[in-house]
Design a binder for this molecule. Structure first.
Ligand SMILES: [Zn+2]
Length: 295
């Protein structure tokens, strides 16, 4: 009898983990099933973020570091206002925004759940000014707001279950859920090789991040139309395929077409500030670097 009861509770826990909870993405209204809750994903993110930052070298350029923090915070404030005004107030507790600029020549950036955003110095010659940077940060903030990393982790957990590779994966997830602890999830992420710092999102996630990113930039007072020349510059530089910003995208032409299609919607959110954001131009050295890379 005791065994039957134990089996019942294990089955129930598995079912709960397999079904998960429904998340509705702001603005697009897309619904996803997540097998991990916010507390778990934030615990895992916090641990991986601390590990990453321990090994990262921060930029020594004070002006550029301040620029990343200023533009990032401006976007975060606009996004939080939108969430608060549109029925997502409970989500605000999930964000402790941090914007870091690291010394790395790759044209890249990433965002961990909870709003831990890392920008590589190598992308600044391509963003060129404050609005270009807002497009990148809008895209990264969008991944966080849409909970794309929880979606990818849930997908990997389901795949492991379906493939029955290591039969303990889902039961560990259920255990983690039941305990409300992140310890088991950290173990599970280790087994899956899942890391937020080099996560590859799905093509649909990337398209959604482009879409939301345009709108978030517009909400913060940056002209979303500047996304087009920015993504063109990104597509023209050779190493971009390794970047999170190109992790699984259709052709550049399709990306541009999708951005153009979303532009009228983004422009509805665009109210140019009375005093326009400082259009900090790239230094001549940065421009030269872009010109060299373009060949
Ligand atoms: Zn992305």
């Amino acid at each position: 009898m005791k065994n039957i009861r134990t089996l019942f509770f294990v089955a129930l826990a598995l079912l709960t983990a397999a079904c998960g909870t429904t998340n509705t993405v702001p603005i697009t209204g897309r619904k996803t099933r997540l097998l991990v809750d916010d507390a778990q994903i934030l615990g895992l993110s916090s641990q991986q973020y601390q590990d990453y930052m321990k090994g990262a070298k921060l930029s020594t350029n004070a002006d550029n570091t301040a620029l990343v923090k200023r533009v990032g915070q401006r976007l975060a404030t606009a996004v939080e206002t939108y969430l608060r005004d549109n029925g997502y107030s409970s989500e605000l507790q999930n964000y402790r925004w941090e914007f870091n600029l690291v010394a790395n020549k790759q044209a890249n950036a990433f965002c961990m759940p909870g709003g831990k955003i890392v920008v590589y110095e190598g992308i600044l010659p391509l963003t060129q000014d404050e609005s270009g940077l807002a497009i990148v940060l809008g895209h990264e903030i969008a991944h966080a707001v849409a909970k794309h990393s929880a979606e990818q982790l849930s997908k990997q957990m389901r795949q492991q279950y379906v493939a029955q590779i290591g039969g303990t994966v889902l039961s560990q997830a259920a255990q983690a859920k039941g305990m409300g602890s992140t310890a088991a999830l950290i173990d599970l992420a280790g087994q899956l090789g899942f890391n937020f710092a080099n996560l590859k999102y799905s093509r649909d996630n990337e398209m959604e991040a482009d879409h939301l990113g345009l709108i978030f930039a517009a909400m913060a007072g940056y002209d979303p139309q500047l996304a087009i020349p920015f993504w063109q510059r990104m597509s023209q530089q050779g190493s971009s395929k390794k970047s999170e910003l190109f992790s699984d995208h259709p052709s550049d032409e399709k990306r541009m077409a999708a951005l153009q299609k979303r532009m009228p919607e983004a422009l509805k959110y665009y109210n140019p500030p009375v005093s326009a954001p400082t259009q900090k131009k790239a230094t001549s050295a940065q421009k030269k670097s872009v010109a060299t890379k373009k060949k």
